[in-house]
Design a protein around this ligand. Sequence first.
Ligand SMILES: C[S@@+](CC[C@H](N)C(=O)[O-])C[C@H]1O[C@@H](n2cnc3c(N)ncnc32)[C@H](O)[C@@H]1O
Ligand SMILES: [Zn+2]
Length: 401
Amino acid sequence: MSFDFPTETIKEGGAKAVVPKLSAYMKKPWDYAPSKAPVFYNPVMELNRDFAVLALQAHQKLLGRKVSVCEPLTGCGLRGVRFAVEVEGVRKVFLNDIKPEAARLAGFNAELNGVADCVEVANEDANLFLSRNAAPRKRFDYVDVDPFGPPVPYLDSAIRALRKGGLLALTATDMAPLCGVHPRACLRKYGGQPLRTEYCHELAVRLLVGCLAMMAAKHAIGIKVLFSHSIDHYVRAYATVDYGARKADKSIKKMGYVLHCFSCFHRETASGIASPLKRVCPSCGAKLSVAGPLWLGKVADKRFCSLMEREAKQRGLKQEKKILKMLSLVQNEAEAPVTYYRVDKVCDKLNLPIPGLKKVIDKLRKAGFQVVPTQFNSRGIKTDAPADTVKEFIAELAPKK
Ligand SMILES: C[S@@+](CC[C@H](N)C(=O)[O-])C[C@H]1O[C@@H](n2cnc3c(N)ncnc32)[C@H](O)[C@@H]1O
Ligand SMILES: [Zn+2]
């Protein structure tokens, strides 16, 4: 088969794929080649696809039967083809893209990898495609929504196209709204207020999951988050769906707000969507800022992440080290408090040199506080210590100027 644009063959995970030759679309240094090419392909998202392969395999093993998989915005098809090639127990992979060239390339890549018999490719709008598969016996065990920007326009139909207990994977690349640079856009899209704090990446995950929880609740569906991560320019969340009004109510109970004081680093959570909110910082009397409503429940499940870890150790993926580090951090902080402190930001405010992270962790732990590093920032710590104690300990440990 030939394509009327420059292509090259690449290898990723256990698959190979013909993709647009990105160097041909880099006319100027600031050009973003993946979206200039006639079919979307972004090599930087390999890690995102690796985690998806591991999560799908863990999900399949927990279900203990063959699964059907859907990627409604597939681009060159690499993610879906990797599912068919690398994941055991996949019955069928349904790929779709609105661009005819993308659908054609995805079909070609399925053939190239010898999995054409279990990959079906469609060429229509993702919402239409998902809705056509939302009838009880057609639904999928896994839906992976990996669009440009927010996944919100596809959430409703993706939820409806999932079987009971199915796993939904969501990518959001619109970090400017989610991290509070464009707060109105975030409120509009995700239904929650973001905040430009040092822990905005965690808030981004919680806003995304909160939006999912509220959307699922409308269909009397509850959610459980199994894994989430924040890397580079995007956040990602994996959650299972379960039918039942009570389950939906239980999810809604995990919604709430984060109240933050920009003057002294104090932060606290307020459970419930309709609860009255404190306006004044109990620590310093300054005005509190509000993020939410967002998800205050867990954003990872230890057992699921350890299954992913086991899978990661067996595959010889190129970025195995990075994957294992992330999975270990995520498991370690699965039960840690909401929000984190960044040692560098605290030092910035106190005008102090930055002490080593380990020293801060040890000191807080010795004083009896819960404290763990976080996946969200290499200088971040999650702790139940009050902001004043965190500041005091950091100041004591800061190297003398
Ligand atoms: C970020 S890319 C997908 C990348 C792919 N998931 C991967 O892992 O390589 C988003 C894709 O969505 C497709 N798309 C955009 N709007 C769509 C729609 N309404 N329905 C279906 N596909 C759409 C684009 O053509 C593009 O290929
Ligand atoms: Zn304060």
